[in-house]
Every structure is written in structure tokens, then in C-alpha cells.
Design a protein around this ligand. Structure first.
Ligand SMILES: NC(=O)c1ccc[n+]([C@@H]2O[C@H](COP(=O)([O-])OP(=O)(O)OC[C@H]3O[C@@H](n4cnc5c(N)ncnc54)[C@H](O)[C@@H]3O)[C@@H](O)[C@H]2O)c1
Length: 306
């Protein structure tokens, strides 16, 4: 297949693009490199620097494409609170621009990477796709709006659109932006260094951590399974892990002597996030293969920064 991956120089997009290329597909990537890194991509992947807001570029790139994976987005929750206009422009506007281009060129299939963040605080855990969205940040609002646009216009224009609501992905090569580093690479870095591992809040908040390779498998299955257009699936591990538990596992596997300190003023986010993955199991045959401890060990082993 000829496939386009938007945001394909990012953490998740590059792993997807490289795997698809290894499987023998012709893979094109469009990424503006605002957060991406070209060196992540294998040489078989055809890289094009550009924005999903660049109409002529999208029209050119989409010729002959059979499936689009849409991952290009601004992804930092705290930053989105400072710059909601920009998040709306890229995450929502970019999705709508892509859909228009797909319509004009008759591209039949789209998989979009949405986020477990759209659920926000939920009483009922694990969270199923039927839970009422409760976004708590401009980032989450933008991901939800992008989903709605893709599903609504996709249905009208005959583009089979599958939405994956992805929970907390971790793995080798995850970005570590200094201002808002994700918790897994931050803990790995802190535990591998001389300082302390810093937990925000009291550490009882939980997240559903899912290994990169399991998410790539889910994305590829969503792009190659017929009859799932219009559907939305949670992609997580199906387990919740507290930040306290995560810190203990990371200290153990890094054999670190760092101490743990608590920053009560740090941003904690929602209290619990655990994905109900039964729909993905049923329709995508999705079964996460990598346990948290094993995934963290693989990350530690494969990522030279730790
Ligand atoms: N990593 C996670 O835990 C996670 C969880 C849920 C959802 N997601 C979603 O998965 C996707 C990928 O996330 P990631 O963690 O790999 O983030 P990332 O920042 O590494 O990847 C996003 C990529 O999009 C590119 N990009 C940004 N604006 C663009 C534009 N206007 N045009 C073209 N490219 C642009 C960036 O340069 C970057 O390479 C995002 O849509 C994100 O919302 C990620």
C-alpha cells in the first residue's frame, strides 16, 4: 500500500512509519519538525517537511495514497493552556484540512490518533468508549473536536475513519521537552542521574501506560481491518498504575539509589485513567503484549539517554 503518516517524525509516528516501511509498504511522512526528529526515520521512509496546514503540499502528497494515519498534532497539555489558539489551529484545523484534501483526491481510509485525555475525570473505571467526554485542557478539547470532525465529515464524504483514543504511551525515543517532560522518560532520566525522582502531588494518581510497540500494532490493524470505519477504540494496557508504583519499578530496574521526593505544588492532572480495551480486543484483535516492567526494561536498554 501507499500510505501517508502525518506527524511521522514524532515519537509515535516514526515508530509507525518505520514498521510500515519494514512491512514493505510505500510510506510517505509529512511533518513540520516543530517537535519531530528526522533522524528517527529509516531511510526507506519518504520524508516531506511541511505542515498539515499547507494545502498544496497535502494535495500533492496524497496522490495515489490508500490509507492515511493522522498523528500530526501539538501534544503538550500545559502548553495548550497557554496557546489554545495554536492548538486549535493545528489539531483541529489541520485535521479538517486533511479531510478536505482526502475528499478531493478520493482517499478511502483514515486512522486518527486521538487521546485518552478526552475523558478527563471519570467516576467509572476502567473507562469505556461510551463514557461522556470530559476534556480538561485545550489539548483535550482539540483532540475531541478533531475526532468529531473526522467521524462526521468522514461519514458524509465516504472516508472510512477509525479513531484510536490512545492512553499514555512510553518507549524508546520519547521526547523529553524540558518544560513539560512526560513522566516515564523524566523518571528514567532522574533515576539514571545523581538527583532525586520527583513525584508531583502524592503519587496516588494513576495512568494507563501502554508500550509503543503495542500502540503501533493497534494503529496498523486499524488501518488494515475492513468494516471498522466510523468506530472509536481505546488503546491502552487495560491496567492502571499509580505514579508511586511507577517510580518504584523504575528505581528497581535502573538499580538507582536516587531518593523519591514529593512536590505537592506540581501539576497532577486527573486522579485516575484506565482504559477499558474490550472493544479493541473484539474488533481489532488487540491484546497488549508488553507488561509495564518489561516495556520499561526495553526502553532502558534501547534508549541511550538513560
Ligand atoms: N504519546 C502519547 O502518549 C499519546 C497519547 C495519546 C495520543 N497521542 C497522539 O498521538 C500523536 C503523536 O503523538 P507523539 O507522542 O508522537 O507526539 P510528537 O510531538 O512526538 O509527534 C507529533 C508530531 O507532529 C508534528 N507536527 C506538529 N505540528 C505539525 C503540523 N502543523 N504539520 C505537520 N506536522 C506537525 C511534530 O513535529 C511531531 O513530529 C498525536 O496526535 C497525539 O495527540 C499520543
Amino acid at each position: 500500500m501507499r500510505i501517508l503518516v502525518t506527524g511521522g517524525a514524532g515519537f509515535l509516528g516514526s515508530a509507525l512509519a518505520n514498521t510500515l516501511a519494514q512491512q514493505g509498504h510505500e510510506v510517505l511522512v509529512v511533518d513540520d519538525l516543530s517537535a519531530g526528529d528526522l533522524t528517527r526515520l529509516h531511510k526507506q521512509v519518504l520524508f516531506h517537511r511541511g505542515s498539515v496546514l499547507d494545502r498544496p503540499k497535502l494535495w500533492t502528497l496524497l496522490h495515489g495514497v490508500e490509507c492515511v494515519y493522522h498523528l500530526a498534532a501539538r501534544v503538550l497539555v500545559a502548553e495548550s493552556i497557554l496557546y489554545p489558539y495554536d492548538y486549535n489551529k493545528v489539531n483541529v484545523g489541520g485535521t479538517v484540512m486533511l479531510l478536505e484534501a482526502m475528499r478531493d483526491l478520493g482517499i478511502p481510509r483514515l486512522v486518527i490518533a486521538s487521546s485518552g485525555a478526552i475523558y478527563g475525570e471519570q467516576n467509572e473505571q476502567p473507562i469505556s468508549e461510551a463514557a461522556p467526554p470530559n476534556p480538561r485542557s485545550p489539548y483535550a478539547v482539540s483532540k475531541l473536536a478533531a475526532e468529531y470532525y473526522a467521524q462526521t465529515i468522514g461519514a458524509i464524504w465516504g472516508i472510512a475513519t477509525t479513531t484510536l483514543r490512545i492512553f499514555n504511551v512510553y518507549g524508546p525515543g520519547q521526547s523529553l521537552p524540558p518544560s513539560h517532560p512526560p513522566v516515564v522518560p523524566r523518571f528514567l532520566q532522574q533515576a539514571s542521574g545523581d538527583g532525586s525522582v520527583v513525584i508531583f502531588g502524592d503519587g496516588t494518581q494513576t495512568r494507563d501506560f501502554v508500550y509503543l510497540d503495542d500502540v503501533v500494532t493497534a494503529l496498523i490493524t486499524a488501518g488494515t481491518t475492513d468494516g471498522i470505519g466510523g468506530q472509536t477504540f481505546n488503546i491502552g494496557s487495560g491496567r492502571d498504575t499509580s505514579i508511586n508504583q511507577l517510580s518504584k519499578i523504575i528505581l528497581a530496574i535502573t538499580k538507582s539509589e536516587s531518593n523519591i521526593i514529593y512536590n505537592a505544588a506540581g501539576s497532577v492532572g486527573v486522579s485516575r485513567l484506565q482504559a477499558n480495551i474490550t472493544a479493541a480486543q473484539k474488533y481489532l484483535g488487540y491484546t497488549p503484549q508488553v507488561s509495564l516492567e518489561s516495556g520499561l526494561r526495553q526502553t532502558l536498554h534501547a534508549d541511550a539517554r538513560f
